[in-house]
Design a protein around this ligand. Structure first.
Ligand SMILES: [Mg+2]
Length: 121
């Protein structure tokens, strides 16, 4: 996961996107509000793909196609776009994690351990 975060950081530098001054309150605030807005927009775009898939499944089923076959076809139809939207979400998560100097893999591992303990696993 660190490799993914580093890949995103390198991409940002290649694009010439100016880094945010992490120690300046006003620019940090503007950055965080902006990135949060973009992340939530991308999460909504994931939901939009699910909506398209569900409506398409319904429409195909209404033509007489067996429901699971309809679902399988609809899922395949959104696959490319859904992948792009998930990647958009990951990009903004990397951006936030990099801003706060988190290693997302470590954070995920710690979170999974926390859940295991909660469920006595
Ligand atoms: Mg998008």
């Amino acid at each position: 996961m660190k490799a993914v975060q580093d890949m995103y950081q390198t991409f940002q530098e290649e694009m010439g996107w100016a880094p945010v001054d992490k120690h300046d309150y006003q620019s940090s605030k503007e950055f965080l509000l902006y990135i949060h807005m973009l992340l939530t927009t991308e999460v909504a775009e994931v939901a939009e793909e699910f909506r398209k898939m569900m409506y398409r499944t319904r429409d195909l089923a209404e033509t007489g196609m067996e429901i699971n076959e309809a679902y399988s076809q609809a899922k395949q139809e959104i696959r490319e776009n859904l992948g792009k939207e998930l990647a958009d979400c990951l990009a903004y998560l990397c951006k936030l994690a990099n801003f706060f100097d988190y290693d997302l893999e470590e954070e995920l591992r710690a979170k999974l351990d926390e859940i295991r303990k909660r469920y006595n696993k």
